[in-house]
Design a protein around this ligand. Structure first.
Ligand SMILES: [Zn+2]
Length: 276
């Protein structure tokens, strides 16, 4: 089923093309470039084109279909999410911390890594929510629908084989949701998930920087993004020591500020109940 917003983004595309074309045509026909109609047409065309590009490249996309990236609430709750695992030994350390703190988180696993460490993937799934993060962690931004579907299906199969569960959440690698990515995930029964705050932890900044980036950006109903793995790499190429070292302090600081912790589906439920 096509999402109703399909019509909205096609209208934006039409505005982008028609506005730019009209301005071009007027200019070619010798009308003054600085005339109001020409500038208005060019402005509308460029604004619509800019919106389309922005929506394509943001993890909070709206135009091409729904991407859940926060809950509309004043309640101090947050969902911790971790991408690119499972990855030994970081995922195990993270599980220990979350277990000790009594927190359930949401893990977006890469199918290739699940195949490499199926037992670790199953251990994560036994305690936490698991979402699909493709099979090979590619840039899907400009991929055809068939490529998107294959990446998502292979990710589903790997996770299902290892854990017995079929994910209902999907997060695109690198955060860029094109319309074919959102519709591809929805066709396979998954909702797309973005984030409200991240720490650029793939660049391995010091732990205190990771901590302060999350704490400065977080708000009620937020979704944090951190990494327990690195693309399809294994240890020692994958190094998430700085992230794991930051997690305990992030949790205790959030708790001290009155925050509670939900999984992404729980946050979605909260959002839906507020809207009802
Ligand atoms: Zn990723």
């Amino acid at each position: 089923m096509k999402h109703p917003r399909t019509h909205v983004w096609k209208a934006a595309a039409a505005t982008a093309i028609c506005g730019t074309a009209l301005a071009g045509l007027r200019t070619v026909r010798g009308r003054p470039v600085r005339s109001v109609p020409t500038l208005a047409a060019a402005g509308a065309g460029m604004a619509a084109g800019g919106l389309m590009a922005y929506e394509w490249l943001t993890p909070r996309s709206w135009l091409y279909g729904p991407v859940f990236w926060h809950a509309r609430t004043d309640e101090r709750v947050v969902a911790l999410t971790f991408d690119d695992g499972p990855c030994h030994p970081y995922t195990e350390r993270l599980l220990e911390i979350l277990d000790r703190e009594g927190i359930r988180a949401t893990f977006f696993q890469v199918g290739n890594n699940v195949k490499r460490e199926p037992n670790l993937s199953a251990e994560v799934a036994s305690q936490h929510e698991v979402g699909n993060h493709t099979f090979t962690h590619p840039h899907l931004t400009w991929s055809r629908s068939g490529t998107v579907r294959e990446e998502l299906l292979r990710g589903q199969e790997a996770i299902h084989e290892a854990t017995g569960t079929l994910p209902q959440l999907f997060r695109v690698p690198h955060g860029w949701y094109g319309p074919q990515v959102i519709s591809g995930a929805e066709e396979l029964g998954m909702r797309c998930v973005g984030w409200s705050v991240m720490a650029w932890d793939w660049d391995r900044p010091p732990s205190d920087v990771i901590q302060s980036r999350i704490l400065h950006g977080v708000g009620p109903g937020g979704v944090t993004l951190l990494h327990d793995g690195q693309d399809t790499d294994a240890f020692p190429k994958a190094d998430r020591s700085h992230t794991i070292a930051a997690v305990s302090d992030i949790i205790s600081s959030l708790r001290a500020s009155g925050y509670g912790f939900l999984t992404v589906p729980e946050l979605m439920e909260l959002d839906a109940s507020r809207r009802a």
